[in-house]
Design a protein around this ligand. Structure first.
Ligand SMILES: NC(=O)c1ccc[n+]([C@@H]2O[C@H](COP(=O)([O-])OP(=O)(O)OC[C@H]3O[C@@H](n4cnc5c(N)ncnc54)[C@H](OP(=O)(O)O)[C@@H]3O)[C@@H](O)[C@H]2O)c1
Length: 274
């Protein structure tokens, strides 16, 4: 059971809605309620309920101000390029004890601390948060107390696992768990193509490949074993899997992942530099 104070999500798009879904779980109580905003009424209407006050800027240009007024936790879920303007807009309306938690990639704590007087934290969730299986890195800003950090961790705890890390590591975390779901989907796509090339229908291939990824991940979790040990158990000496793994080893996937994450990290730096 978690109890949280009043929360506003400014920019409740894909990621904001994922966080909202965690806050709406029966095990979570948000005292003082949840407010969310979007630009369009179509989006706002879809999120409105007895427990969620959902506002659209196209109906009320002051909706962000309304939403943050009196909120203790303010989650910033707009695109990175919009964060600075948004903070300038809502800054004067933020409660003195508000904590601002931005999920925007690449927007630094120092940029945000220069725009608002309140506590600021950065968080980097990933899309499995939509099904309560996210992994979120949370980095406290210079003004955050341990209580502020605990509140932010509790928010993201509602959508999966949370790691507290220094901001200097948040881009690196993003290249692993932030982008990671895309790597997994890419591997699934490639293995599915291979299954089709072996003569299976797309449907059969999807059943085999999706089921194998899901099953292997669940086995990993349920067994508590290391992945290398679980792999060893599928790999009989001199057997067929051993041959397949040997081919994968030759491709040096480890080096490929090093290059892929380095490319993502370089791009994060470019984006942060504007
Ligand atoms: N998606 C991910 O996997 C992921 C992972 C980690 C972090 N993030 C971060 O999460 C943030 C949002 O990404 P997203 O994928 O969720 O984007 P998104 O689906 O486009 O969500 C952004 C939302 O902000 C709303 N919005 C735009 N301007 C606004 C304003 N001035 N006031 C209030 N609401 C406004 C948009 O509403 P309308 O559509 O009605 O215009 C939209 O619903 C980004 O900063 C991104 O870096 C995303």
């Amino acid at each position: 059971m978690s109890t949280l104070p009043t929360i506003a999500i400014i920019g409740a798009g894909s990621m904001g809605v994922a966080i909202l879904s965690g806050l709406l779980a029966p095990s979570v109580t948000v005292e003082g309620g949840i407010r969310v905003t979007n630009r369009t009424e179509a989006k706002a209407a879809a999120l409105r309920s007895d427990t969620v006050a959902s506002y659209a800027l196209e109906n009320d240009p002051g909706a962000n101000i309304t939403a943050v007024t009196g909120a203790r936790i303010v989650i910033i879920g707009v695109k990175p390029a919009m964060v600075s303007d948004l903070l300038r807009e809502i800054g004067p309306a933020l409660a003195e004890d508000a904590i601002v938690v931005s999920v925007a990639a690449g927007v630094t704590i120092s940029t945000m601390e220069a725009l608002v007087a309140q506590v600021v934290l950065r968080a980097m969730p990933n899309t499995p948060a939509l099904v309560g299986r996210g992994v979120t890195g949370v980095s406290p800003g210079s003004r955050a107390t341990p209580e502020d950090v605990a509140l932010a961790l509790t928010v993201f705890d509602t959508v999966g696992q949370v790691l507290e890390i220094p901001e200097s590591k948040i881009d690196a975390l993003s290249t692993i768990s932030g982008s990671g779901p895309a790597y997994v989907f890419y591997l699934i796509e490639q293995l599915t193509k291979t299954a089709v090339a072996l003569g299976f229908t797309w449907q059969e291939a999807a059943t085999m490949v999706n089921g194998t990824f899901l099953g292997a991940a669940e086995l990993l979790e349920a067994s508590g074993e290391e992945p290398a040990e679980l792999r060893r158990r599928v790999t009989s000496p001199k057997g067929t899997t051993e041959r397949a793994i040997w081919e994968l080893e030759k491709a040096d996937l480890s080096a490929v992942f090093d290059r892929a994450t380095a490319a993502a990290l370089a791009r994060a730096k470019e984006l942060a530099a504007g």
